[in-house]
Design a protein around this ligand. Structure first.
Ligand code: ATP
Ligand code: MG
Length: 429
Protein backbone atom coordinates (compact mmCIF):
# COMPACT_ATOMS: atom_id res chain seq x y z
CA UNK A 1 0.00 0.00 0.00
CA UNK A 2 1.30 3.44 -0.92
CA UNK A 3 0.80 5.88 1.92
CA UNK A 4 0.10 8.68 -0.56
CA UNK A 5 -3.07 6.80 -1.55
CA UNK A 6 -3.94 5.42 1.86
CA UNK A 7 -6.19 6.85 4.57
CA UNK A 8 -4.15 7.27 7.75
CA UNK A 9 -5.55 10.19 9.75
CA UNK A 10 -3.01 10.72 12.56
CA UNK A 11 -3.45 13.06 15.52
CA UNK A 12 -0.51 15.28 16.52
CA UNK A 13 -1.54 15.78 20.12
CA UNK A 14 -2.59 13.35 22.82
CA UNK A 15 -6.39 13.47 22.76
CA UNK A 16 -7.73 14.91 26.00
CA UNK A 17 -10.52 12.37 26.35
CA UNK A 18 -8.12 9.42 26.49
CA UNK A 19 -6.87 8.29 29.88
CA UNK A 20 -5.08 5.03 29.12
CA UNK A 21 -2.22 4.49 26.72
CA UNK A 22 -3.98 2.11 24.33
CA UNK A 23 -6.85 4.56 23.86
CA UNK A 24 -4.43 7.45 23.24
CA UNK A 25 -2.40 5.43 20.75
CA UNK A 26 -5.43 4.05 18.93
CA UNK A 27 -6.69 7.60 18.36
CA UNK A 28 -3.28 9.10 17.56
CA UNK A 29 -2.21 6.32 15.19
CA UNK A 30 -5.45 6.56 13.21
CA UNK A 31 -6.91 3.18 14.20
CA UNK A 32 -10.32 4.32 15.44
CA UNK A 33 -12.54 7.37 15.65
CA UNK A 34 -15.34 7.88 18.15
CA UNK A 35 -18.81 8.47 16.69
CA UNK A 36 -20.78 8.53 19.95
CA UNK A 37 -20.01 7.40 23.51
CA UNK A 38 -18.61 3.87 23.21
CA UNK A 39 -19.28 3.67 19.46
CA UNK A 40 -16.40 3.73 16.99
CA UNK A 41 -15.44 3.73 13.35
CA UNK A 42 -12.55 1.37 12.66
CA UNK A 43 -10.23 3.26 10.34
CA UNK A 44 -8.20 1.29 7.74
CA UNK A 45 -5.13 0.60 9.89
CA UNK A 46 -7.22 -0.39 12.91
CA UNK A 47 -9.46 -2.58 10.79
CA UNK A 48 -6.45 -4.53 9.51
CA UNK A 49 -5.39 -5.27 13.09
CA UNK A 50 -8.94 -6.17 14.09
CA UNK A 51 -9.25 -8.51 11.08
CA UNK A 52 -5.98 -10.21 12.04
CA UNK A 53 -7.17 -10.79 15.61
CA UNK A 54 -10.46 -12.15 14.27
CA UNK A 55 -8.65 -14.48 11.86
CA UNK A 56 -6.42 -15.95 14.58
CA UNK A 57 -9.37 -16.48 16.92
CA UNK A 58 -11.33 -18.22 14.16
CA UNK A 59 -8.35 -20.31 13.07
CA UNK A 60 -7.71 -21.73 16.54
CA UNK A 61 -11.40 -22.42 17.12
CA UNK A 62 -11.72 -24.18 13.76
CA UNK A 63 -8.69 -26.31 14.67
CA UNK A 64 -10.38 -27.17 17.97
CA UNK A 65 -13.43 -28.49 16.11
CA UNK A 66 -15.75 -25.51 16.55
CA UNK A 67 -18.08 -24.60 13.67
CA UNK A 68 -18.64 -20.99 12.61
CA UNK A 69 -22.07 -19.47 11.93
CA UNK A 70 -23.34 -15.91 11.70
CA UNK A 71 -26.50 -14.86 13.48
CA UNK A 72 -28.22 -11.51 13.01
CA UNK A 73 -27.41 -8.60 15.32
CA UNK A 74 -31.14 -7.92 15.68
CA UNK A 75 -33.35 -10.37 17.55
CA UNK A 76 -37.05 -10.64 18.28
CA UNK A 77 -37.64 -10.28 22.02
CA UNK A 78 -39.87 -13.39 22.27
CA UNK A 79 -36.89 -15.72 22.71
CA UNK A 80 -35.72 -13.69 25.68
CA UNK A 81 -39.15 -13.89 27.27
CA UNK A 82 -38.97 -17.66 26.83
CA UNK A 83 -35.59 -17.94 28.57
CA UNK A 84 -36.66 -15.57 31.33
CA UNK A 85 -33.86 -13.09 30.62
CA UNK A 86 -35.97 -10.37 29.05
CA UNK A 87 -35.84 -8.30 32.24
CA UNK A 88 -32.51 -9.54 33.61
CA UNK A 89 -30.32 -7.35 31.42
CA UNK A 90 -32.29 -4.19 32.17
CA UNK A 91 -31.14 -1.01 30.51
CA UNK A 92 -27.98 -2.63 29.11
CA UNK A 93 -30.17 -4.21 26.46
CA UNK A 94 -31.11 -1.89 23.61
CA UNK A 95 -34.72 -2.44 22.51
CA UNK A 96 -36.71 -0.81 19.75
CA UNK A 97 -39.68 -1.40 17.48
CA UNK A 98 -39.93 -2.11 13.78
CA UNK A 99 -42.62 -0.60 11.51
CA UNK A 100 -45.06 -3.37 12.41
CA UNK A 101 -44.65 -2.41 16.06
CA UNK A 102 -42.78 -5.63 16.88
CA UNK A 103 -40.13 -5.27 19.54
CA UNK A 104 -36.55 -6.07 18.57
CA UNK A 105 -33.28 -5.91 20.44
CA UNK A 106 -29.65 -5.50 19.43
CA UNK A 107 -27.82 -8.67 20.60
CA UNK A 108 -25.92 -8.24 23.85
CA UNK A 109 -25.21 -12.02 23.68
CA UNK A 110 -26.82 -14.91 21.78
CA UNK A 111 -27.61 -17.93 23.99
CA UNK A 112 -31.32 -17.80 23.19
CA UNK A 113 -30.87 -17.47 19.45
CA UNK A 114 -28.30 -20.24 19.10
CA UNK A 115 -30.58 -22.54 21.10
CA UNK A 116 -33.45 -21.62 18.80
CA UNK A 117 -31.30 -22.69 15.84
CA UNK A 118 -30.14 -25.83 17.58
CA UNK A 119 -33.62 -27.08 18.44
CA UNK A 120 -34.85 -26.39 14.92
CA UNK A 121 -32.49 -29.05 13.54
CA UNK A 122 -31.04 -31.32 16.19
CA UNK A 123 -33.25 -34.16 17.41
CA UNK A 124 -30.77 -36.88 18.27
CA UNK A 125 -27.78 -37.28 20.57
CA UNK A 126 -25.86 -38.48 17.49
CA UNK A 127 -25.29 -34.84 16.43
CA UNK A 128 -23.54 -34.15 19.77
CA UNK A 129 -21.17 -32.78 20.85
CA UNK A 130 -21.65 -29.64 18.79
CA UNK A 131 -19.76 -26.38 19.31
CA UNK A 132 -21.05 -23.44 17.25
CA UNK A 133 -19.56 -19.96 17.30
CA UNK A 134 -19.84 -16.60 15.63
CA UNK A 135 -17.83 -13.40 15.54
CA UNK A 136 -20.23 -10.50 15.45
CA UNK A 137 -21.05 -7.07 16.83
CA UNK A 138 -22.78 -6.80 20.16
CA UNK A 139 -24.43 -3.85 21.84
CA UNK A 140 -24.57 -3.30 25.58
CA UNK A 141 -25.68 0.08 26.79
CA UNK A 142 -22.91 0.27 29.40
CA UNK A 143 -23.39 2.91 32.11
CA UNK A 144 -19.79 4.03 31.76
CA UNK A 145 -18.29 3.33 28.35
CA UNK A 146 -14.62 4.28 28.59
CA UNK A 147 -11.04 3.62 27.58
CA UNK A 148 -11.95 3.53 23.89
CA UNK A 149 -12.79 0.10 22.51
CA UNK A 150 -11.74 -1.45 25.82
CA UNK A 151 -15.23 -0.81 27.17
CA UNK A 152 -17.38 0.19 24.27
CA UNK A 153 -21.13 0.00 23.88
CA UNK A 154 -20.88 -1.56 20.43
CA UNK A 155 -18.07 -4.14 20.32
CA UNK A 156 -16.95 -7.20 18.39
CA UNK A 157 -17.27 -10.46 20.30
CA UNK A 158 -16.58 -14.07 19.55
CA UNK A 159 -19.40 -16.00 21.19
CA UNK A 160 -19.39 -19.78 21.19
CA UNK A 161 -21.96 -22.26 22.45
CA UNK A 162 -21.55 -26.00 22.92
CA UNK A 163 -24.21 -28.69 23.22
CA UNK A 164 -23.76 -32.05 24.96
CA UNK A 165 -25.54 -35.21 26.02
CA UNK A 166 -23.94 -35.32 29.49
CA UNK A 167 -22.50 -32.83 31.95
CA UNK A 168 -19.18 -34.70 31.76
CA UNK A 169 -19.06 -34.06 28.02
CA UNK A 170 -19.73 -30.38 28.64
CA UNK A 171 -16.91 -30.31 31.21
CA UNK A 172 -14.53 -31.91 28.71
CA UNK A 173 -15.34 -29.27 26.12
CA UNK A 174 -14.96 -26.56 28.76
CA UNK A 175 -11.45 -27.86 29.52
CA UNK A 176 -10.63 -28.03 25.81
CA UNK A 177 -11.75 -24.42 25.32
CA UNK A 178 -9.74 -23.37 28.38
CA UNK A 179 -6.61 -24.68 26.65
CA UNK A 180 -7.65 -23.25 23.27
CA UNK A 181 -8.12 -19.80 24.82
CA UNK A 182 -4.59 -19.82 26.25
CA UNK A 183 -3.33 -20.80 22.80
CA UNK A 184 -5.27 -17.99 21.12
CA UNK A 185 -4.01 -15.30 23.49
CA UNK A 186 -0.44 -16.56 23.22
CA UNK A 187 -0.60 -16.35 19.42
CA UNK A 188 -1.81 -12.77 19.81
CA UNK A 189 1.28 -11.93 21.86
CA UNK A 190 -0.49 -11.95 25.23
CA UNK A 191 -0.05 -13.96 28.39
CA UNK A 192 -3.37 -14.72 30.02
CA UNK A 193 -4.26 -15.88 33.47
CA UNK A 194 -7.56 -17.72 33.85
CA UNK A 195 -9.24 -16.83 37.13
CA UNK A 196 -12.30 -18.44 38.69
CA UNK A 197 -15.11 -15.98 38.24
CA UNK A 198 -18.68 -15.18 38.99
CA UNK A 199 -21.01 -16.26 36.20
CA UNK A 200 -23.11 -13.07 36.36
CA UNK A 201 -26.09 -12.63 34.06
CA UNK A 202 -24.97 -15.48 31.78
CA UNK A 203 -25.26 -17.97 34.64
CA UNK A 204 -24.02 -21.50 35.19
CA UNK A 205 -22.02 -23.37 37.79
CA UNK A 206 -18.39 -22.92 36.77
CA UNK A 207 -16.70 -20.03 35.04
CA UNK A 208 -13.25 -18.64 34.25
CA UNK A 209 -12.27 -15.19 33.11
CA UNK A 210 -9.14 -14.86 30.98
CA UNK A 211 -7.25 -11.84 32.18
CA UNK A 212 -4.26 -10.04 30.71
CA UNK A 213 -2.24 -8.38 33.46
CA UNK A 214 -2.13 -4.59 33.01
CA UNK A 215 -2.03 -1.74 35.52
CA UNK A 216 -4.87 -0.07 33.64
CA UNK A 217 -7.07 -3.19 33.79
CA UNK A 218 -10.55 -2.81 35.25
CA UNK A 219 -10.55 -6.15 37.11
CA UNK A 220 -8.73 -7.01 40.32
CA UNK A 221 -7.33 -10.53 40.56
CA UNK A 222 -5.56 -12.73 43.07
CA UNK A 223 -3.38 -15.65 42.07
CA UNK A 224 -0.71 -18.13 43.04
CA UNK A 225 2.81 -16.78 42.38
CA UNK A 226 3.37 -19.86 40.17
CA UNK A 227 1.48 -18.01 37.42
CA UNK A 228 4.24 -15.40 37.31
CA UNK A 229 6.73 -18.17 36.51
CA UNK A 230 4.47 -19.43 33.74
CA UNK A 231 4.12 -15.89 32.38
CA UNK A 232 7.88 -15.41 32.49
CA UNK A 233 8.30 -18.65 30.54
CA UNK A 234 10.22 -20.26 33.41
CA UNK A 235 7.71 -23.09 33.84
CA UNK A 236 5.45 -24.90 31.38
CA UNK A 237 2.14 -26.25 32.63
CA UNK A 238 -0.77 -28.09 31.08
CA UNK A 239 -4.25 -26.61 31.35
CA UNK A 240 -5.12 -29.33 33.83
CA UNK A 241 -2.23 -28.38 36.11
CA UNK A 242 -3.07 -24.68 35.76
CA UNK A 243 -6.69 -25.21 36.69
CA UNK A 244 -5.56 -26.66 40.02
CA UNK A 245 -3.66 -23.49 40.93
CA UNK A 246 -5.45 -20.76 42.81
CA UNK A 247 -6.56 -17.75 40.75
CA UNK A 248 -9.69 -15.79 41.52
CA UNK A 249 -11.46 -12.67 40.40
CA UNK A 250 -12.01 -9.98 43.00
CA UNK A 251 -15.61 -10.95 43.78
CA UNK A 252 -14.70 -14.58 44.48
CA UNK A 253 -11.57 -13.96 46.52
CA UNK A 254 -12.19 -14.35 50.24
CA UNK A 255 -8.92 -13.70 52.12
CA UNK A 256 -9.97 -15.88 55.08
CA UNK A 257 -10.63 -18.85 52.82
CA UNK A 258 -7.72 -18.42 50.41
CA UNK A 259 -5.64 -21.64 50.19
CA UNK A 260 -2.48 -19.81 49.09
CA UNK A 261 -0.18 -18.53 51.86
CA UNK A 262 0.22 -14.74 51.92
CA UNK A 263 3.79 -14.74 50.65
CA UNK A 264 2.79 -16.72 47.56
CA UNK A 265 -0.35 -14.76 46.80
CA UNK A 266 -0.13 -12.11 44.09
CA UNK A 267 -2.57 -9.29 43.50
CA UNK A 268 -2.82 -7.55 40.13
CA UNK A 269 -5.07 -5.61 37.76
CA UNK A 270 -6.23 -7.34 34.62
CA UNK A 271 -8.08 -6.81 31.35
CA UNK A 272 -10.80 -9.41 30.82
CA UNK A 273 -10.29 -10.67 27.27
CA UNK A 274 -12.31 -13.87 27.50
CA UNK A 275 -14.87 -15.60 29.67
CA UNK A 276 -16.06 -19.20 29.64
CA UNK A 277 -19.08 -20.67 31.43
CA UNK A 278 -20.26 -24.18 32.16
CA UNK A 279 -24.01 -23.63 31.82
CA UNK A 280 -25.37 -27.11 32.39
CA UNK A 281 -29.13 -27.04 31.81
CA UNK A 282 -29.83 -23.44 32.76
CA UNK A 283 -31.06 -22.42 29.30
CA UNK A 284 -32.15 -25.80 28.00
CA UNK A 285 -34.45 -26.20 31.01
CA UNK A 286 -35.92 -22.74 30.50
CA UNK A 287 -36.43 -23.35 26.77
CA UNK A 288 -37.21 -27.07 27.04
CA UNK A 289 -34.48 -28.45 24.78
CA UNK A 290 -34.22 -32.26 24.56
CA UNK A 291 -32.68 -34.71 22.13
CA UNK A 292 -33.38 -38.42 21.82
CA UNK A 293 -30.72 -40.20 23.90
CA UNK A 294 -29.11 -43.59 23.07
CA UNK A 295 -32.12 -45.28 24.72
CA UNK A 296 -34.50 -43.30 22.52
CA UNK A 297 -35.83 -41.31 25.48
CA UNK A 298 -35.88 -37.49 25.52
CA UNK A 299 -32.76 -36.25 27.29
CA UNK A 300 -32.17 -32.66 28.38
CA UNK A 301 -29.20 -31.05 26.63
CA UNK A 302 -26.19 -29.74 28.61
CA UNK A 303 -24.40 -26.57 27.50
CA UNK A 304 -21.31 -24.44 27.90
CA UNK A 305 -20.64 -20.98 26.48
CA UNK A 306 -17.43 -19.18 25.53
CA UNK A 307 -16.80 -15.48 24.87
CA UNK A 308 -13.82 -13.49 23.61
CA UNK A 309 -13.68 -9.69 23.36
CA UNK A 310 -12.23 -9.38 19.85
CA UNK A 311 -12.26 -5.56 19.61
CA UNK A 312 -11.13 -5.23 23.25
CA UNK A 313 -8.18 -7.48 22.38
CA UNK A 314 -6.77 -4.90 19.97
CA UNK A 315 -6.58 -2.43 22.87
CA UNK A 316 -5.22 -5.09 25.25
CA UNK A 317 -2.45 -5.95 22.78
CA UNK A 318 -1.44 -2.28 22.62
CA UNK A 319 -1.48 -2.00 26.44
CA UNK A 320 0.98 -4.90 26.48
CA UNK A 321 3.11 -3.78 23.51
CA UNK A 322 4.11 -0.12 23.25
CA UNK A 323 6.80 2.37 24.24
CA UNK A 324 6.92 6.14 24.58
CA UNK A 325 7.07 6.51 20.77
CA UNK A 326 4.05 4.42 19.94
CA UNK A 327 2.67 0.97 19.31
CA UNK A 328 4.90 -2.10 18.89
CA UNK A 329 2.73 -4.63 17.06
CA UNK A 330 3.35 -8.34 17.54
CA UNK A 331 3.99 -9.81 14.07
CA UNK A 332 0.83 -11.92 14.20
CA UNK A 333 -1.55 -8.96 14.34
CA UNK A 334 0.35 -6.06 12.81
CA UNK A 335 -1.63 -4.19 10.12
CA UNK A 336 1.45 -4.25 7.86
CA UNK A 337 4.60 -6.22 8.46
CA UNK A 338 7.04 -3.65 7.11
CA UNK A 339 7.12 0.06 6.31
CA UNK A 340 9.31 1.57 3.60
CA UNK A 341 10.57 5.11 4.18
CA UNK A 342 11.70 6.92 1.05
CA UNK A 343 14.07 9.54 2.44
CA UNK A 344 14.15 11.64 -0.75
CA UNK A 345 10.94 11.41 -2.74
CA UNK A 346 11.47 12.83 -6.23
CA UNK A 347 15.10 11.67 -6.40
CA UNK A 348 15.13 9.23 -9.32
CA UNK A 349 17.53 6.81 -7.59
CA UNK A 350 15.59 6.74 -4.29
CA UNK A 351 12.24 6.39 -6.04
CA UNK A 352 13.51 3.51 -8.18
CA UNK A 353 15.13 1.67 -5.25
CA UNK A 354 12.02 2.07 -3.07
CA UNK A 355 9.71 0.97 -5.89
CA UNK A 356 11.88 -2.10 -6.49
CA UNK A 357 11.91 -3.03 -2.81
CA UNK A 358 8.17 -2.45 -2.55
CA UNK A 359 7.48 -4.70 -5.54
CA UNK A 360 9.82 -7.41 -4.25
CA UNK A 361 8.14 -7.40 -0.82
CA UNK A 362 4.65 -7.50 -2.30
CA UNK A 363 5.71 -10.33 -4.60
CA UNK A 364 6.99 -12.24 -1.57
CA UNK A 365 3.57 -11.80 0.04
CA UNK A 366 4.81 -9.36 2.70
CA UNK A 367 2.23 -6.72 3.60
CA UNK A 368 4.02 -3.42 3.11
CA UNK A 369 3.17 0.22 3.77
CA UNK A 370 5.31 2.43 1.54
CA UNK A 371 5.72 6.03 2.72
CA UNK A 372 6.10 7.75 -0.64
CA UNK A 373 4.91 11.16 0.59
CA UNK A 374 6.96 14.35 0.44
CA UNK A 375 7.50 14.67 4.17
CA UNK A 376 10.64 15.13 6.24
CA UNK A 377 12.62 12.03 7.19
CA UNK A 378 12.09 12.83 10.88
CA UNK A 379 8.33 12.98 10.51
CA UNK A 380 8.24 9.75 8.49
CA UNK A 381 10.27 7.87 11.09
CA UNK A 382 8.06 9.25 13.87
CA UNK A 383 4.97 8.04 11.99
CA UNK A 384 6.46 4.57 11.58
CA UNK A 385 7.29 4.44 15.31
CA UNK A 386 3.78 5.62 16.21
CA UNK A 387 1.96 3.08 14.04
CA UNK A 388 4.35 0.41 15.26
CA UNK A 389 5.11 -1.81 12.24
CA UNK A 390 7.63 -4.52 13.24
CA UNK A 391 10.13 -3.53 10.51
CA UNK A 392 11.04 -0.23 8.86
CA UNK A 393 13.19 -0.18 5.73
CA UNK A 394 14.68 3.22 4.86
CA UNK A 395 16.31 4.19 1.59
CA UNK A 396 18.07 7.53 0.92
CA UNK A 397 20.74 8.73 -1.52
CA UNK A 398 23.53 7.18 0.57
CA UNK A 399 21.86 3.78 0.47
CA UNK A 400 21.24 4.09 -3.27
CA UNK A 401 24.96 4.78 -3.78
CA UNK A 402 26.03 1.78 -1.71
CA UNK A 403 23.18 -0.49 -2.83
CA UNK A 404 21.88 -0.97 0.72
CA UNK A 405 18.74 -0.52 2.76
CA UNK A 406 18.68 0.43 6.44
CA UNK A 407 16.38 -2.03 8.20
CA UNK A 408 15.19 -1.26 11.72
CA UNK A 409 13.52 -3.65 14.12
CA UNK A 410 10.75 -1.79 16.02
CA UNK A 411 10.96 -4.05 19.08
CA UNK A 412 14.71 -4.02 19.69
CA UNK A 413 15.60 -0.77 17.91
CA UNK A 414 18.39 -2.68 16.19
CA UNK A 415 19.48 -1.29 12.78
CA UNK A 416 21.08 -3.26 9.95
CA UNK A 417 22.53 -2.34 6.56
CA UNK A 418 21.32 -4.97 4.12
CA UNK A 419 20.85 -5.52 0.41
CA UNK A 420 17.23 -5.30 -0.79
CA UNK A 421 17.17 -9.08 -1.33
CA UNK A 422 18.38 -9.67 2.23
CA UNK A 423 15.63 -7.36 3.53
CA UNK A 424 12.97 -9.39 1.75
CA UNK A 425 14.38 -12.66 3.10
CA UNK A 426 14.65 -11.25 6.61
CA UNK A 427 11.13 -9.83 6.91
CA UNK A 428 9.42 -12.62 4.97
CA UNK A 429 10.96 -15.27 7.24
P1 ATP B 1 -17.04 -7.03 31.69
O1 ATP B 1 -16.95 -7.72 33.02
O2 ATP B 1 -15.74 -6.52 31.17
O3 ATP B 1 -18.16 -6.05 31.61
P2 ATP B 1 -18.67 -9.19 30.84
O4 ATP B 1 -18.29 -10.18 31.86
O5 ATP B 1 -19.93 -8.46 30.95
O6 ATP B 1 -17.46 -8.16 30.65
P3 ATP B 1 -19.00 -11.30 28.90
O7 ATP B 1 -20.45 -11.40 28.86
O8 ATP B 1 -18.21 -12.30 29.62
O9 ATP B 1 -18.58 -9.83 29.37
O10 ATP B 1 -18.49 -11.11 27.38
C1 ATP B 1 -17.42 -11.83 26.77
C2 ATP B 1 -16.24 -10.92 26.49
O11 ATP B 1 -16.63 -9.78 25.72
C3 ATP B 1 -15.60 -10.34 27.73
O12 ATP B 1 -14.70 -11.25 28.30
C4 ATP B 1 -14.91 -9.11 27.18
O13 ATP B 1 -13.63 -9.43 26.68
C5 ATP B 1 -15.80 -8.69 26.05
N1 ATP B 1 -16.62 -7.52 26.42
C6 ATP B 1 -17.66 -7.51 27.30
N2 ATP B 1 -18.18 -6.28 27.42
C7 ATP B 1 -17.43 -5.47 26.60
C8 ATP B 1 -17.47 -4.08 26.28
N3 ATP B 1 -18.38 -3.28 26.82
N4 ATP B 1 -16.57 -3.59 25.40
C9 ATP B 1 -15.65 -4.41 24.85
N5 ATP B 1 -15.56 -5.73 25.09
C10 ATP B 1 -16.45 -6.26 25.97
MG1 MG C 1 -17.25 -11.67 31.68
Amino acid sequence: MRLSRYFLPLLKEDPKEAQIVSHKLMLRAGLIRQQAAGIYTWLPLGLRALDNVERIVADELDKAGCVRVLMPTLQPTELWKESGRYDALGKEMLRFKDRADRELLYSPTNEEMIIDNFRAFVQSYKALPLNLYQINWKFRDEIRPRFGVMRGREFLMKDGYSFHLTLDDAKREYAQMYDTYHRIFKRLGLTSIAVSADSGAIGGSLSHEFQVIADTGESALYYDAAFDDIRAGKVEMSGEEMRKLYAAADELHVPEKCPVPKERLREARGIEVGHIFLLGRKYTDAMGVDVAGPDGKPTRVEMATFGIGVSRLVAAIIEAHHDSNGIIWPEAVTPFKVGIVNLKVGDAGCDAACDALYNALEKAGVETLYDDRKESAGSKFATMDLIGLPWVAAIGPRGVASGTVELKNRTTGEKMELSAEAVVTKVAG
